[in-house]
Design a protein around this ligand. Structure first.
Ligand SMILES: Cc1ncc(COP(=O)(O)O)c(C=O)c1O
Length: 377
């Protein structure tokens, strides 16, 4: 495939890779006898939803707009978990919803009657007080977390009417973290499990990462299901669905010498177009590049906004031949979370969005000055 025909900058979904992920996840859900739904927060590229619909029964929304997008573009089971619901949008949010999770007992009390009237299955988010996640901003299970109810607060019995529990504490995690989570749920919330109909184990199960022990995942789930055969088990990943399914194409616009590395000024921005690289932080892979060895020319990738920190500070790159102005840079794995977190900071042009299918490129969306202006007033 000649990438020159792809405009720069552009997020490109490689469709075959998405299909491969979906097929793997579908086979896991069948073997483990669980239901996998898509969490929209990490992957909301709705031009790919016709594919998602072939494999997954539904999706989960964490806001009214995500719920609208699921209703309009995906269909199927609609699960809701908003960290906090708001009176003025609650009625719209729950339209066609099948399951709803409340983050606190006060929220359940506030919306209990509307939920019952709408015949939606209600649940509560619990805090298992365990998470393998070491980066604080991605750890929802600390003692002082605002997400989920601690066992101590929930008490000995569930409020009447509650049919499910929801636990999200993983992030890019393996099957052993899942196993520990289940043990922790049993320890803190085990006395509730006989009284509910469904258990949602959240996202963070990175089933499609190379080396994920799928057999162990199925074994863990099967054993758990054998203990609680009455429970419908859900997981709601985002990352695993869109993991390594595409790239961000960028172009070198300038080369700035420094006493350290040469900075490649790209037509994309880390802060505006790849904010997770700065938040996590992590160094994205670049196709054809590797870490520089001592003595080799090191290139640092820089963004096109004025922010001093709009630069890939986690590490430099070495290329087999010196970079030149006009060279293409393919930043790998830029579909999950990257695309949903972008901004129009500095007024820099937002990357286009496209799909690669059997070597053919389809441009789905381009962004214009009007998109920038419409977000402001
Ligand atoms: C409640 C909830 N569910 C699902 C997810 C999706 O997680 P992941 O993309 O790691 O699978 C998240 C991510 O933050 C979440 O907060």
């Amino acid at each position: 495939m000649n990438y020159h025909q792809i405009p720069s900058p552009c997020y490109v979904l490689e469709e075959e890779k998405l299909i491969k992920n979906l097929e793997l996840i579908d086979s896991v859900q069948k073997q483990a006898d669980i239901t996998v739904i898509l969490a929209l927060k990490g992957f909301a590229m709705y031009s790919a939803f016709p594919l998602v619909r072939k494999y997954l029964k539904g999706a989960t929304a964490s806001s009214l707009f995500e719920a609208n997008l699921i209703r309009e573009e995906l269909g199927g089971e609609l699960h809701l978990y908003f960290p906090v619901y708001q009176d003025h949008e609650f009625a719209d949010s729950i339209k066609n919803a099948t399951h709803i999770t409340f983050n606190s007992l006060t929220q359940w009390q506030r919306y209990q009657q509307q939920t019952i009237n709408a015949k939606i299955s209600p649940g509560l988010r619990i805090n298992p007080e365990y998470s393998p996640v070491e980066t604080d901003i991605y750890n929802p299970a600390s003692l002082t977390s605002r997400l989920g109810i601690r066992s101590e607060t929930l008490g000995d019995t569930l409020p009447p009417g509650i049919e499910g529990l929801h636990c999200h504490n993983l992030c890019e995690s393996d099957s052993h973290a899942l196993s520990t989570t289940l043990a922790q749920i049993e320890k803190l919330f085990g006395h509730h499990l006989d009284h509910i109909k469904w258990l949602n184990l959240g996202g963070g199960h990175l089933l499609t990462r190379k080396g994920y022990d799928i057999e162990h995942f199925i074994e863990v789930m099967t054993k758990f299901k054998a203990k609680y055969p009455h429970l419908d088990i859900y997981i709601e990943p985002s990352s695993a669905i869109a993991w390594e399914t595409g790239f961000l194409k960028a172009t070198v616009l300038d080369l700035i010498p420094t006493p350290g590395p040469i900075i490649a000024m790209l037509d994309v921005s880390f802060t505006a177009h790849m904010p997770d690289c700065l938040e996590m932080p992590y160094k994205p892979r670049i196709r054809g590049a590797r870490d520089p060895q001592p003595g080799e020319t090191a290139y640092r990738m820089g963004g096109l906004t004025c922010l001093a920190g709009d630069v890939m500070g986690m590490g430099d790159y070495y290329f087999d031949r010196p970079l030149e102005i006009g060279d293409e840079i393919i930043l790998e794995d830029m579909i999950h979370y990257t695309m949903v977190k972008t901004s129009m900071f500095n007024g820099v042009k937002h990357p286009s969005i496209g799909i690669l299918r059997s070597g053919e490129f389809e441009l789905i969306r381009e962004f214009e000055y009007e998109d920038f202006k419409r977000r402001l007033s």
